[in-house]
Design a protein around this ligand. Sequence first.
Ligand code: ADP
Ligand code: MG
Length: 322
Amino acid sequence: MGEFDLIARHFRRPVKHAVLGGGDDCALIAPGAGMQLAVSSDMLVEGRHFLSTVDPARLGHKALAVNLSDLAACGARPVAFTLALSLPRAEDAWLERFAQGLYALADAHGCELIGGDTTQGPLNLCITVFGEVPAGQALLRSGARAGDDVYVSGTLGAARAALEVFRGTLSLPEPALAIARERMEQPTPRVALGQALRGVASAALDLSDGLLGDLGHVLAASRVGARIEAERVLGCFGLRGAGPLPALGDSQRLECVMAGGDDYELAFTAPPQARAAVEAAARAASTPVQRIGCIEAEPGLRVVQADGTPLAQRFQSFDHFA
Ligand code: ADP
Ligand code: MG
């Protein structure tokens, strides 16, 4: 199977909304009147972001999911994406599964594949997504103000727990492992929530490298600090309902929720007057949200226990070059 057969067989479908899809030198998309294009790229590298043994359908899902998560964080509606693929070999069965997982998520969000690039090399997947947001309404990292509440969506830490199982530092009983593994391999981008938070949240970002580290980006961009309540964040731990987890101590749970990485939840801020509006957005998006702390004028991130005293444990967020 040659390069062009491969593309034609697995990655070419008629487009419904784009002006022009794959097959020409450029694809063409036309943003609606009064809309801005939100654009983001994310790359997944074998051995770094995923294991060679992962189900290709899950990999197809994840490659797009991490990109849709960025659109969600900006409150943008997904429109289209391109796929740049480096593949060690053209394996039809693998590509079939990969495309299945990819298109299933794409179809669920009305996001069309409109082009890409295909080359032979180490397994590497790079997607660029395009979304639409009404001009001036994108959620940014820079909008948090002292006094705002801090929230996270969904659950945290399960993906990290699964990673630690694969690293051999943790063992989880079934079905906790199945839940954790699914969270790691098939994250759910919070696309509906992001859009529902337009005009409600003052700042937002998606959590890819761990809550505290990522939240630090919002604090830096907004020139503020935050106080986070450890108990409230622990309440977000994604394996709470999975039965007894004897192997997992409190400090490991904290590490997973605070600095886990690969969560693809949204962290956002909103003024206290907007609490009812945040609840309404969460309901409209069928996505639970939890208030975990507040923004303060004093720079820095303070993690406190229930009695207000600082938490002694230190956390390391994920950095590819650290
Ligand atoms: P060019 O030589 O102009 O870079 P290519 O020969 O690489 O174009 O690609 C031919 C067409 O196939 C282009 O329209 C491109 O967008 C599309 N394409 C290439 N790889 C992929 C892919 N992995 N998924 C979807 N479309 C692709
Ligand atoms: Mg090319």
